[in-house]
Design a protein around this ligand. Structure first.
Ligand SMILES: Cc1cc2nc3c(=O)[nH]c(=O)nc-3n(C[C@H](O)[C@H](O)[C@H](O)COP(=O)(O)O)c2cc1C
Length: 328
């Protein structure tokens, strides 16, 4: 069973991936890069080429992701990626953002199934001719979970390298409850290699999925942001679902990862505002893992998160995180 790191636009870029791999080597079998917003005329942007160059993604397996509904754009971008050294790529059929869906990309492609089918026909034919493996990352549908029956029957007609299923509808966005029964449906009705995605937030939860679906792979996104250490062998017990000094190895690894990321962002990003923006976004998830079981810890936690959010300069930020670093 493989473990995949989910693509998360704005978060899991090359600096993040390299830092994660350095602190948690070989935890993840495959990283998926956030989508490339390519276009027929504009091609692939210089910043995306930098994000995806092999030079900037050393020591781990990376799969780039396309977000397009245009076969010419798909072919150009796939060719560019092949030129960078990638023979496996992924197509985004799940992004629920309004700007993406309104252009009928991402999960916006799930409504017109005839168009989707025609797009896939040409895309898979292109990949076949060019020796490229194409995987799909989908949601269950746009508004109704029954849409998945038709979608799966379409996907199953193609030789997708794997089918990653985020077990939500487009309209569920990221928060509404997962619809896991549809993974059973997929297992029973698909011949494709399947990847379970959605709400895996601890080693215990991952092991439950593994047990239930021994032939499937798993993809983890926000769980790795909340608890980057969650699959560490050296962390005892239930993988330390809360972060505190009681689990010293998790606590140490968490700060090692944070500090490395902080150093790299400071070195590579243009100015402290950009660094703070990135870190604040990450703390939205990381805050989840801190122990709030006692009133005192809960209070300190809140105080630190407020200070992180308010920080305007790196010195403010360093002051704010020191509250958490020394929480015991
Ligand atoms: C901030 C953010 C950015 C995301 N960006 C992408 C993306 O670029 N491509 C994609 O296929 N999914 C993207 N996703 C969806 C995740 O890959 C994943 O499918 C989703 O978060 C559910 O998995 P999880 O519960 O393990 O996080 C994003 C999710 C979040 C929260």
């Amino acid at each position: 069973m493989s473990i995949c790191f989910a693509p998360m636009e704005g978060i899991t870029g090359r600096l993040f991936r390299s830092a994660y791999e350095e602190v948690f080597p070989h935890t993840v079998d495959k990283y998926f890069a956030p989508f490339i917003a390519s276009g027929v005329t504009k091609g692939v942007a210089g910043k995306d080429l930098k994000e995806l160059s092999k030079e900037n993604n050393k020591g781990f397996f990376l799969v780039p992701q396309l977000l397009t509904n245009d076969n010419r754009d798909f072919a150009n971008t796939a060719k560019t990626l092949q030129g960078l050294g990638y023979d496996e790529i992924n197509l985004n059929l799940g992004c629920p953002s309004k700007t993406v869906v309104s252009k009928r990309r991402g999960s916006g492609m799930l409504t017109d199934t005839e168009k989707l089918d025609a797009f896939l026909e040409e895309a898979f034919s292109f990949c076949d001719q060019n020796g490229i493996k194409l995987s799909l990352k989908t949601r269950l549908g746009m508004k109704e979970e029954e849409e998945f029956v038709r979608l799966l029957s379409i996907y199953d007609r193609y030789p997708a390298h794997e089918l990653i299923i985020h077990l939500r509808l487009c309209t569920d966005y990221y928060k509404l409850p997962l619809r896991p029964k549809w993974f059973d449906y997929a297992v029973q009705n698909s011949k494709l290699k399947l990847v379970y995605n959605g709400d895996i937030k601890s080693r215990r939860e991952m092991e439950e999925i593994q047990k239930a679906y021994p032939d499937a792979d798993v993809m983890i996104g926000r769980g790795f942001l909340m608890r980057p250490w969650m699959l560490e062998e050296s962390v005892s017990g239930t993988s330390g679902e809360v972060l505190g000094r009681e689990i010293p190895e998790a606590f140490r690894k968490f700060w090692q990862f944070h500090d490395l990321l902080y150093q790299v962002y400071k070195k590579e990003m243009p100015g402290e505002r950009a660094v703070l923006f990135k870190l604040k976004e990450l703390w939205f998830y990381m805050a989840e893992s801190f122990d709030t079981t006692s009133q005192e810890r809960g209070r300190q936690n809140k105080k630190a998160m407020k200070a992180i959010k308010k920080s305007q300069h790196l010195t403010d930020y360093e002051g704010a995180i020191s509250i958490l670093r020394h929480m015991g």
